[in-house]
Design a protein around this ligand. Structure first.
Ligand code: XIL
Length: 341
């Protein structure tokens, strides 16, 4: 009996060393802070979550859980992370975030499947012929969407396909495959998860202009030709000086509703000039929150970062609804008034 116990203890120790080491090589799970209830929103309201702080910073995780019901991986699902070498997929970081969200009953937005940034060199520097790159694209979308089928509710399938002048961005996908890359990605995504909501996500397409027009035309064209597209993501990276007001956002949302399509505010932040009052910024959040609350086809609203200190545009811009340490700013109160029960 004594020997058996010693054996079990040793075996357990060995197993711990092996699996524990594997887990830490992989980076591990999101920090466990127990159950935290979120604000009760009328629609999913979320934040981009970065796996680094999520793994080691409990305050960061608590701030997310206490305020938001939807999670977008900020970088963990980007191509350079997920398929750093051809055919070698690394889902560790994405898995950690998706599992965490599931454990807490939060919605996950997948982001992004095709983009021209944060691509590994084997994609950007490849000497592709069209058939081969099409296969690479299909395989990637199938692997990633298939892995999270039924778990990721909405996908930003194509990210930022357009230039400000309304033309297509001449990225590797467009150069080799032409406009067709968009359809290839959408069809592959639909096949891999027929129930997921599939969006094209665009930056700076909130104001009327060549890009907003081109996006509407593109999406209408796809829809008419039977390509599986469910709607449009409006990133809404903006500033306290100039942001789309409620009427403008309502008009954009209405245009897509006329096409039978959904919209979502996907990456909102509002850069604040030094010294500017927080109330000015709150107005931008009120506009977006009220527009989304009122539009039946608006799926939700996501801000691009959990707290100011983790914003991709810099903590000094104070662009998010939560300040350092997760304190609620007027911008958060604005979202709450517009979108909470
Ligand atoms: C940004 C991340 O926040 C940064 O951490 C990263 O270094 C670059 O990408 N549009 C998008 C997002 O669709 O994926 C970008 O995220 C911000 C702009």
């Amino acid at each position: 009996m004594g020997r058996l116990l010693i054996f079990l203890a040793l075996a357990g120790g060995v197993a711990f060393v092996i699996f524990g080491a594997a887990a830490s090589r992989r980076g591990g799970d999101v920090a466990d802070v127990g159950r935290v209830e979120a604000v009760r929103w009328v629609k999913p309201v979320g934040a981009a979550v970065s796996v680094g702080p999520a793994r080691r910073n409990e305050d960061y995780v608590r701030a997310f859980l206490a305020h938001y019901t939807s999670l977008t991986p900020e970088n963990a699902m980007k191509w350079e992370q997920i398929q750093p070498r051809r055919g070698r997929f690394d889902f560790a970081a994405a898995d950690a975030l998706v599992t965490f969200a599931e454990r807490h009953g939060r919605r996950v937005r997948g982001h992004p499947l095709v983009w021209d940034q944060q691509l590994p060199e084997w994609v950007t520097a490849g000497d592709w012929d069209a058939a081969e790159l099409e296969q690479v694209l299909r395989d990637h979308v199938r692997e990633v969407v298939g892995r999270y089928a039924g778990r990721v509710e909405v996908w930003d399938v194509v990210n930022e396909p357009l230039e400000d002048d309304g033309g297509f961005t001449r990225n590797v996908w467009f150069r080799v495959l032409g406009e067709r890359y968009i359809e290839i990605a959408l069809r592959a995504a639909r096949e891999a998860d027929p129930d997921a909501t599939l969006l094209i996500n665009e930056i700076a397409a909130e104001f009327e202009g060549p890009k907003a027009k081109a996006l509407r035309r593109l999406v209408a064209r796809l829809r008419r030709s039977g390509v599986p597209i469910d709607g449009v993501g409006l990133q809404n990276h903006t500033t306290a000086r100039r942001f789309p007001d409620r009427e403008r956002l309502a008009a954009v949302m209405g245009d897509y509703e006329d096409l039978g399509l959904d919209v979502e505010i996907t990456e909102m932040d509002v850069a604040l000039p030094p010294g500017a009052p927080l109330e000015r910024q709150a107005r931008a959040y009120t506009a977006a929150g009220e527009a989304c609350a009122a539009a039946p086809n608006c799926l939700g609203l996501t801000v691009w970062g959990v707290t100011d200190e983790f914003s991709w545009i810099g903590a000094d811009k104070r662009p998010l609804p939560l300040g350092e340490g997760g304190v609620s700013k007027p911008a958060f109160a604005a979202l709450r008034t517009a979108l909470a029960r």
